[in-house]
Design a protein around this ligand. Structure first.
Ligand SMILES: [Zn+2]
Ligand SMILES: [Zn+2]
Length: 136
């Protein structure tokens, strides 16, 4: 009988330990996700006036027609930046098996980068790639 009790205590304490680890993992995941808030909503591009639909697989962070973006995030998706200037695409750089669009804020001059979306206007990407605007 004593053995059974001891076994039970071991099982319970093992499970508690697992639960505890599980909670730590969840807490860490939540902290990580605070750095990247998923925002994927339709909007009208204030640069070209096109209606932009949600992207579906990740947050839409720029216009797929003119590639312009807005300076609204400190970390991706957090909307904590108070500048709200237009981010103008100035150059393209290779990123893994896709491309990153390099932006310069027309208001504060900060440089930002966004990964291109699958439905971005590729002619526009090629155009910027061929004629990058000097950052200075
Ligand atoms: Zn646009
Ligand atoms: Zn800015």
């Amino acid at each position: 009988m004593e053995n059974v009790t001891r076994t039970l205590i071991i099982i319970v304490s093992n499970n508690l330990r697992k639960c505890f680890l599980f909670y730590i993992i969840i807490a860490v995941k939540e902290m990580e996700s605070k750095k990247f808030t998923m925002i994927d909503e339709p909007f009208i591009c204030e640069v070209c006036g096109e209606e932009v639909k949600p992207l579906g697989y990740t947050a839409r962070d720029h216009c797929p027609f003119c590639l312009s973006s807005k300076h609204v995030d400190v970390n991706p998706g957090d909307r904590l930046e108070e500048c709200h200037g237009v981010l103008k695409p100035i150059a393209i750089e290779k990123f893994k098996d896709t491309f990153k669009i390099i932006y310069k804020c027309e208001k504060c001059g900060k440089i930002r980068k966004n990964v291109m979306a699958k439905d971005d206007n590729f002619d526009k990407i090629l155009e910027i790639m061929a004629n990058p605007i000097n950052i200075d």
